[in-house]
Design a protein around this ligand. Structure first.
Ligand SMILES: CCCCCCC[C@H](O)CC(=O)SCCNC(=O)CCNC(=O)[C@H](O)C(C)(C)COP(=O)([O-])OP(=O)([O-])OC[C@H]1O[C@@H](n2cnc3c(N)ncnc32)[C@H](O)[C@@H]1OP(=O)([O-])[O-]
Ligand SMILES: NC(=O)c1ccc[n+]([C@@H]2O[C@H](COP(=O)([O-])OP(=O)(O)OC[C@H]3O[C@@H](n4cnc5c(N)ncnc54)[C@H](O)[C@@H]3O)[C@@H](O)[C@H]2O)c1
Length: 301
């Protein structure tokens, strides 16, 4: 990405920064999560810049936001489609896109990354942003599994770094985890709590992200039943809205693999995190779940 190449070097003291009222938000990564977060932030009156590597990806993200908004307004403006259309138009005006975000970064109160689940790439991004962003800017990561303190260590502002973990699909899921490290300042946590409330979400504070799923591709998970039966059982028997295989396809099998590989590296002797041949095979074949129309299951466009 071009913007990685020209750095504006500035040095900042990590002097206490007061509570930040978050209005201008830059979201790096316009995939399923970044687009969803952009939609919700724009819908609640925030000014959003969505950043990704190519214009094509950003076009797809904007199309996704628009079609999700249509589903939302069908309910919220059910008797008044004209007001629904106005709302969509206003929300779309709150989102701009860029592959060269220096200008947006310079006025951001919050930069939230939702890029690939890879420590080195996230650290490189945070290190790069640290040199460009104003002193008050808070950095947040939407990581599912990586330690925030390690990502924050690439910056000179660990007190202004935290996790902001949204759930998929962002427009519908109410929960957001605000993940504070031992270095995150109380002002940063409070600013993020206020931001998530302004988004209409329910924040919970935590120190670590909890593994919320065990990989469904793992042999012991489906040793005694088919994936269809396991999914049906978990939906009808345990009240889950999706079974584990369906949910993994929905999250993205590449993302699930990144997470599993990370955990397995940390706890090589834990059989729960042992590599899943089935998962690895599907990812190697480019069958990444719903986004590629095939994963554990096949999907129509
Ligand atoms: C190995 C370890 C792995 C760890 C993984 C970690 C991942 C991560 O870090 C954490 C997560 O996110 S974990 C993941 C956490 N996530 C979960 O656990 C999700 C579990 N799944 C669910 O909650 C449901 O299956 C869905 C809500 C996704 C779909 O619902 P459904 O009933 O199956 O299907 P439906 O009939 O199509 O839709 C129903 C209604 O929703 C509406 N709508 C849907 N999408 C929309 C969108 N994008 N926009 C707007 N609206 C949208 C739609 O219009 C409809 O409205 P209506 O008024 O009824 O017509
Ligand atoms: N998918 C989920 O259900 C889910 C839920 C919660 C959290 N997360 C986390 O959110 C993050 C993103 O997940 P996703 O599902 O949206 O992934 P995704 O693959 O849909 O999107 C990632 C996007 O980031 C872009 N990207 C990658 N590297 C980049 C860089 N250096 N600069 C700019 N853009 C870059 C890619 O082009 C892609 O568009 C991951 O850390 C994941 O663990 C995912």
């Amino acid at each position: 990405m071009a913007f990685f190449t020209h750095h504006i070097k500035r040095s900042f003291s990590s002097s206490a920064v007061r509570n930040v009222v978050i209005k201008n938000v830059t979201i790096i990564g316009g995939g399923q999560m970044g687009a969803g977060i952009a939609q919700v932030a724009a819908s609640t009156g925030h000014s959003v810049t969505l950043v990704d590597m190519t214009d094509d990806i950003l076009k797809k993200a904007m199309k996704g936001i628009q079609s999700s908004l249509r589903r939302v307004v069908k309910k919220t403006f059910s008797g008044d489609p004209e007001s629904g259309d106005d709302f969509i138009q206003k929300v779309m005006q709150n989102v701009s896109t860029s592959t060269e975000p220096s200008a947006a970064i310079a006025t951001s109160d919050l930069i939230l990354e939702a890029i690939v689940e890879n420590m080195k790439i996230k650290q490189d991004l945070f290190g790069f942003l640290d040199k460009m962003a104003p002193e008050h800017t808070i950095f947040a990561s939407n990581t599912s599994s990586l330690p925030i303190s390690d990502i924050a260590s690439a910056t000179s502002r660990p007190d202004r770094c935290a996790g902001l973990h949204f759930f998929n699909p962002v427009p519908l899921m109410k929960l957001v985890e605000v993940v504070a490290t031992t270095s995150t300042s109380p002002e940063t946590s409070e600013s993020l709590l206020n931001f998530t409330k302004a988004l209409g979400k329910t924040p919970v504070c935590c120190k670590f992200l909890n593994p919320c799923l065990v990989c469904p591709g793992h042999p012991w998970v489906h040793r005694h039943a088919s994936k269809e039966d396991i999914d049906t059982g978990m939906k009808l028997g345990a009240g889950y809205p999706m079974g584990p295989f369906e949910l993994s396809d929905y999250v993205g099998l590449d993302t699930i693999k990144f997470i599993m590989d990370g955990w397995s590296k940390k706890e090589p002797d834990n059989p729960i995190f042992a590599p899943s041949q089935l998962l690895n095979k599907l990812v190697a074949e480019g069958k990444l779940g719903k986004k590629t129309l095939e994963g554990f299951y096949k999907y129509n466009k």
